[in-house]
Structures are given as structure tokens and as C-alpha cells.
Design a protein around this ligand. Sequence first.
Ligand code: SF4
Ligand code: SF4
Length: 431
Amino acid sequence: MKVYSFLRGGIRYTDSTVPPRDSSVTAFLPGLSVIPLIQHVGSKANPVVAVGDRVGEGTLIGRGQGLGSANIHATVPGRVVRTVSWKMSEGLSNDALVIKLDGSFEKLGRHEEIFPWQGLPSFELQRIIAEYGIVEMEGSGRPVADMFYSLRSARDPVSLVVRCIFDDPWLAADYVLLRERLEAVAEGSRIAARAGRISRIVLIFSHAEKDLAQDLMDYMAKSEFPVTLVLTGTRYPQRNRRELELVLRRFARKEGIDLGTIFALGPATLAAIHDAVKLKKPILSRYVAVGGSAIKKPQVMKVRIGTRIGEIFAECGGFVDQPRRIGSGSPLLGKAVMDLDEPVIKTSFAIFAFLSGQVGGLVRSRCIGCGECRVVCPVGLDPESIYKHIDASEDRDGRAWECHGCGCCEVVCPSRLPLATSIIRSALKGH
Ligand code: SF4
Ligand code: SF4
């Protein structure tokens, strides 16, 4: 089968400190859960419980407010004992409800009731997905309900792309989830396709995982939609929206298929859609890749949302030495963790702690003109030149707005200049 790749730039990203991808372990339930009211791209959810209230596992505790915001649920039974606020790495403030574990679980360890969805109309499926606060769990945190809403004005046909591309080794949790919950991902894809009135499902896989792709194709045999498999290369950033669209358009041209509007979701989000619609369950836990050179025992863990990051590191044996950098998400673009009391949220697909050797020399030096940043930029930009314009406050002359934020230029720069960081910041400011 032909393997499709984007044409220019990119990097082969490897990291020996990511956890093994063979299986997951279940983390201990936290005695105190810290449930933030922002776990999505938009504004804070409005709390609907107060200090002193009892909550059950899955109780609605925060209601989403408008586009980008999503409902928030308690992930353990207990009592709300206090509220806390803190500044996140982007400088935004977040509030959280702290729940002390107490009482019995409605879901955990119980026989799960199945709710048939096949007869439900698309608007009802969308309502359930919104009610259970499902967001894109592979990074952005955009509510899936908003994505369905934006499809109303989309050009027909619409294709659901099931994105299983592992171009970044820190996607280990997604990979393990896919292996352990393949049937849920397959059914979640069919539910999402029905909810979004989608015409075709496209499974897009890294070619290194073609056996897993075939297994998912087998599960999709029951699908009421045509299902197509596309294999891609593993060069980073193949999974990014722009590179994904490039290879899908090439595939469609070659096969003579009209994919129309592309609507892409990853395995964790699709499994969450399955759980919301079929089991009436919000996102209570998620798969997290825990690793980095400072961690004694890197592993993929199933973690309750609200578990503090410090507790997760402790369950991995703690630190081998003082970490130099702690963050969540992929180290390429991840966010700094400012405090080990910060919790795992719906979008925390990885958390890492690096020793100074892995962080590399933090001292920035002058550009040596090696040209590496130009070689790896998949858009064909000159990151060095744009960076110089930004540094000289002449950013309007640059092409920062064309950058799509993959981070490749910064990774390869031997002078450790903050190329991608500056360019992305400038693009977001609208220069
Ligand atoms: S300039 Fe932007 S698109 Fe190009 S490599 Fe850097 S981060 Fe990626
Ligand atoms: S990679 Fe760094 S050192 Fe090399 S040309 Fe680009 S900015 Fe200069």
C-alpha cells in the first residue's frame, strides 16, 4: 500500500526516555482531587457546586459558558473541601474545586449499563457529547460540540478522519489506548460520524502501525459509512492539521475521491465519545505517558482527572535527581508545569521531567548561519530571518503568520535560539 508523506522539511523525532508502549498501569485514586474549571480552550466553566457540597462520581460541577468552554464533572465521589486558584504557564489564572474522596463509586467496579445509540438523531448525539464535556483530548482542548457546530456551514461532503499518526514518541499514551480500547475507538468513530452527518470515515495511520490499522479496519466492518485506510510516513509533524490535509488531498486526487471538508479526531477523543454516548460517562480518567530522564520508572498510566502531577511522579518511583524542566504535553511544544500540585486534566496526554543533560545547554548563543532551521521548516519559511525581524521589533516584515507552530526549527537550532517560541508568540499577537 502506498505511503503518503508531506514533501518538505520535518524531523525524525526520537526520545529514549519516553515510557514503553506495551501496556498501561492504573494509577491510585487520589485522596484529594483538584478539578480545574478550565480544561478546554475557552473561558472558565461556571461552578454549580460550592464548598461543603457532596458530589458523586461524574456529577456536573462546572457548566461551560459559550464557545470553547465545556462542562466539568467530578471524577471521584466526595465532598468539595475548598477552591484554589493559580497562574498557569501562559499567565492565565485557573480556579479548581478540591474534592476529598469519600463515599462509593457509581461507575468504578460496577457493571456498566449500555445505552443503545443507533436510533438516536444526530442532534441528540451532539447534545449528549456536549453534556458530558467531551473535548479534543490530544492537545487543543476544543469542545467537540463546537466542532460539530462549525460543520453546519461546511462544504459537503464531510469526512471524519480518525487520526492515528505517531510522529512524536510522546504520543505513547494514545498508542496504548488504541491497542487496549480498539473496539471503543471504532464505535466512537461511528457515533461521531452519525452525530456529524459525515459521509465517509478515513482511518489515517503511520505505516509503522499498519497491523493495528488493519485490526481497526476489521472492527469497522460493521460501519454504516464507507471506510478508507490511508498510510503516512512517521516524520514529525505529519499529524499537524496542515501536513495531514496535504497528504489527504494527494490521496484523494490519486484515488479520485472527494473528501470535502475534513474533520479530524484522535483515538482518546473517540473513546471518550463512545463512553459518553454508550455508557453515559464523562471523562473521568485518561491515558498519560509519564517519562523523561529524571523519572525512575517511565510508564503509561491510566490517571483520574484531578490527580496531582507530583503524585503521579511518586508512583513512577520519583526522581533520579533534581529535574531541570517539568512540563505537560510533548516536550516539543508542551507547557511548563509551575507546581507539582497542578493536576492532570482532560488534555494531559504526557507529563515529563528532564535532567539538565536532556534539556541541553540553556545558554543561547548567536546564530551561526548553519541553515538547519530552513531545512526542517515544512512551510518553507526562513525561521532565522523571521526571528531576527521579531528580535529587532520589525516583526511586521516577517512571515510569522504563516508559521503553523510545529517547533521543528527550535529543536534543531544548535545555538538554542527560541525560534518557534518567538515566531508563534508573534503570530498570535497578529503581527
Ligand atoms: S517557522 Fe514555524 S512552521 Fe517553520 S519550523 Fe519553525 S515552528 Fe515549524
Ligand atoms: S538553526 Fe539556529 S544557528 Fe542555524 S541558521 Fe537557524 S537560527 Fe541560525
